[in-house]
Design a protein around this ligand. Sequence first.
Ligand code: 4AZ
Length: 239
Amino acid sequence: VVGGMLALPGSHPYLAALSLGEHFCGGTLIASCWVLTAAHCLQHRPNISHISVRLGQTHYNRSEQGSAELRVQDYVLHENYSQATKSHDIALVRLKAKAAGHCAEFSHSISPACLPRALEPLNASRPCEIAGWGHLYEGAGQLSESLQEAVLPIIPHEQCRSPELHGARISTDMLCAGYLEGGTDACQGDSGGPLVCEEQGRATLRGIVSWGVGCGEQDKPGVYTNVAHYLAWIQGHTG
Ligand code: 4AZ
């Protein structure tokens, strides 16, 4: 996260850290056994036995009080994900159960985000927030040791599709969030992580960190997978 602030323990209890020995992407816990992430995080098809999922963390690789490390049962990328256009950049990770149907144990530091209700429009007047261990500035070359968070406004779709911003690369399956003046944004290493908005008092997952042009650049807001467009896909794969 570029231009963010230090996140306090427990402030993003739905945030998952995906690791292949080292942190490679964020994710969002949406149920005891399910983490939602970006398809591009898993496009090289890593072996499930090499992936670990850490929940309840503020430091990305240190074992902390209230954190848990889970193994992966399997994962599925969206069937129509395109590396070239970044469309349908969504994937589900099924965690390995410790008891039947029971994976992550919820606590003050681990709890799932809600999914949007079908057809509930996103209230663009309310700011949302991101959290992650991604680069603190464009080209930093290393992750942030401490979890960072930032508040970001949603940018209307028509505006984000304007030629000055991202133009026709933005489909209705994508959301843009950030500041036209730049400065605060997701960055490399934040991919797959949540864009969460408070709706009716509930932390609601609206976006998945997907792509951008640099980080925090003027007129180049971050682009997120529009989660509300994938409710049927999520339902179909999680049951
Ligand atoms: C990345 O490389 C990345 N500024 C993710 C998000 C953004 C840029 C790059 C958005 O994973």
